[in-house]
Design a protein around this ligand. Structure first.
Ligand code: ADP
Length: 191
């Protein structure tokens, strides 16, 4: 069973690479951002609540996010493993994930962080905002806020898994296929 955390700032390409990796390694891709956007699309109570945080570039509260993630994992009982994209983003989320997996006799296998320069992130996100329909990609102030929230609240996640000896970094700039090739080499060495 593989439980991979694909890590990195907004716009680092986690979603794109996670989709390709999930396909190649037969894993279930769980993106908490996509789950929230689906809740928003269905106008659920959770979606309405999450939207207020997302539109400002803030994180959705842990108690909402953690429960949603656990439900999604539990709904995929036959999975050979998971790629977590956009989760965990805070230390309480790391602790909850470790406890949750341990209760199933599993653990986080590895974290891979995609390293991308801040100005490149802003450029990519503004570009994505032109046709993604994502309100949080339309406004440069919100984009910079998300990067600041990542620096403050989310980078400790890397340190948390580094202390467990399972954190890795690869360059997230260059062609999508090149980055995927580096990820694949790393995955092959991990699994
Ligand atoms: P990006 O990586 O480009 O920010 P995501 O789709 O991963 O895009 O996330 C979009 C938004 O969803 C985040 O800015 C945040 O508000 C919310 N979100 C996603 N995952 C989490 C999480 N694990 N904890 C809290 N909020 C989250």
């Amino acid at each position: 069973m593989i439980n991979l955390i694909l890590f990195g700032p907004p716009g680092s390409g986690k979603g794109t690479q996670a989709t390709m990796l999930a396909d190649k390694f037969n894993l279930v891709h769980i993106s908490t951002g996509d789950l929230f956007r689906s809740e928003i699309g269905n106008k659920t109570e959770m979606g309405l609540k999450a939207k207020a945080f997302m539109d400002k570039g803030n994180l959705v509260p842990d108690e909402v996010t953690i429960g949603m993630l656990e439900n999604k994992v539990n709904a995929n009982k036959d999975a050979a493993g998971f790629i977590f994209d956009g989760f965990p983003r805070t230390i309480p989320q790391c602790e909850a994930l470790d406890t949750f997996l341990r209760s199933k006799g599993q653990e986080v296998s590895a974290l891979i962080s995609l390293n991308v320069d801040d100005e490149e992130l802003v450029k990519r996100l503004l570009n994505r905002g032109k046709d993604s329909g994502r309100p949080d990609d339309k406004d440069e102030t919100v984009i910079r806020k998300r990067i600041a929230v990542y620096d403050e609240e989310t980078t400790p996640v890397f340190t948390f898994y580094k202390a467990q000896g399972i954190a890795n970094t690869i360059p997230g700039e260059g062609a999508i296929e090149e980055i995927f090739a580096s990820l694949t080499v790393l995955m092959d060495s991990l699994v």
